[in-house]
Design a protein around this ligand. Structure first.
Ligand SMILES: [Zn+2]
Length: 425
């Protein structure tokens, strides 16, 4: 791709990167990127991660919870300022980490105070929901890509992950992120990671080195191993709630995107099967006691979006051929279509209805939310439904166009509606 400008994405350089020429961006330094992978200093599984409900393993109810959330949160001003200072050379990586630690601790306490039973680190240590994780896989490079698709109404440069060499995991990706989250969580800590399918979804076959991978099956075999190793270590560190974040399935609900897939030589009918197989390989060794959910949406960035269309074209594969326990589904606008595709959800799986929008500061009407839950219960029994926002509040460090107060009000509304609909069930 001649239009791609190459650099390796470094999470701690992510803020403000878009406005700079690649030549102004420092060369990558894995050693400096805070991602060496060691568990946070001082973390001890025997003395932390305790539950308010009793012993450290007494997170009694399996996720997802009636009131849940996708995960990312608007970055506090303190983190944005600290990142800017780091980029100007005025703050060390350790200094940034201390600020992140404090902000994550406060965000976790805030989530718990609202009554949420799952807590995340808000993805405060990441620049982007996907690039930071994928960029830590050996062999993957995150490149500025002028040819990549644009969010509605925006002309911002986009990134595409590219597989340049054989992929491997020579160090943990985000084990230290989870370890810290768990050390400060009283409720169930949820960890989020991008779906392996994103490696293909963005750039297609052209983003995968033919030299390294003449055969795509070999790619998915290696990627599956990388994910299984990370999930194994997360489980050993106490992770019982893992979310795979996806946009590849939902984009295939959009006829325009399907057409662009055909134009690049892919069959949009076949892609869901490839993506499901990639996810299944990633989670194949998951331990008993770990709940794995999948979130899918049509893009969520600076309150804009990328795709539109109901779940019909992918519902069968997503709900029946993907080995996850529950789905966090975008349902905050007409772009997501109706609830009818939910009829294909098998009895043992749960659906978390993403009815509250993170794209708008307008607080949803409680009665409307309840009405929509009732409508969805015609396709999935009420006891298998939950409610959440449709996506995170900040898929990248930029965040969406609402305030932190708006964000907490929305999460409080989710909790309130869940209590009124399901009681303590
Ligand atoms: Zn999303």
């Amino acid at each position: 791709m001649g239009s791609a400008q190459v650099f390796v994405y470094s999470p701690q350089q992510s803020q403000g990167l878009e406005g700079r020429k690649p030549s102004e961006i420092s060369p990558p330094s894995r050693a400096d990127s805070g991602q060496a992978g060691e568990i946070a200093v001082g973390w001890n599984p025997l003395v932390v991660g305790r539950s308010r409900k009793g012993s450290m393993t007494a997170w009694t109810k399996p996720p997802p919870f009636r009131a849940d959330h996708v995960g990312s949160l608007l970055r506090p001003a303190e983190i944005r300022e600290a990142r800017s200072r780091l980029e100007r050379g005025e703050l060390s990586a350790e200094g940034l980490r201390r600020v992140e630690d404090r902000c994550i601790r406060e965000a976790v306490a805030r989530q718990e105070a609202l009554g949420l039973e799952s807590v995340t680190d808000g993805e405060y240590r990441r620049g982007w929901w996907n690039h930071d994780f994928l960029g830590r896989i050996d062999g993957v490079e995150i490149e500025l890509d002028a040819a990549s698709y644009k969010f509605a109404g925006t002309d911002d440069p986009r990134y595409t992950p590219r597989v340049r060499r054989r992929v491997a995991r020579t160090r943990p990706m985000m084990l230290d992120h989870f370890a810290y989250l768990r050390s400060v969580a009283h409720e169930t800590p949820k960890f989020t990671m991008p779906s392996p399918s994103i490696l293909y979804h963005r750039g297609g076959r052209a983003a995968i080195s033919r030299e390294a991978y003449p055969d795509l099956d070999e790619l998915w075999s290696d990627v599956g191993r990388v994910y299984r190793e990370e999930i194994r270590d997360l489980a050993a560190a106490g992770c019982t709630y893992l979310q795979i974040d996806d946009t590849s399935f939902s984009f295939l609900c959009d006829e325009r995107f399907r057409a662009s897939c055909r134009a690049r030589g892919d069959d949009p009918e076949a892609l869901p099967h490839m993506y499901a197989a990639a996810i299944n390989a990633a989670v194949a060794d998951r331990p008993a006691g770990m709940t794995i959910v999948m979130h899918t949406c049509r893009g969520n960035w600076k309150s804009t979006w990328l795709a539109a269309g109901g779940y019909d074209p992918v519902a069968q594969t997503v709900f029946n051929d993907t080995n996850v326990d529950a789905y966090f589904l975008e349902y905050d606008s007409e772009r997501a279509g109706g609830f009818e595709p939910l009829r294909l959800v098998p009895g043992g799986k749960k659906v978390v209805l993403g009815l509250v929008s993170t794209k708008s500061p307008v607080l949803e009407n409680k009665d409307n939310l309840k009405r929509r839950i009732e409508q969805a219960s015609r396709y999935v029994p009420l006891e298998n439904l939950c409610i959440s926002p449709q996506c995170g509040f900040a898929s990248s460090h930029h965040g969406n166009l609402l305030t932190e107060d708006d964000q907490w009000r929305k999460l409080a509304l989710v909790v309130e509606v869940a209590r009124e609909v399901w009681g303590d069930s």
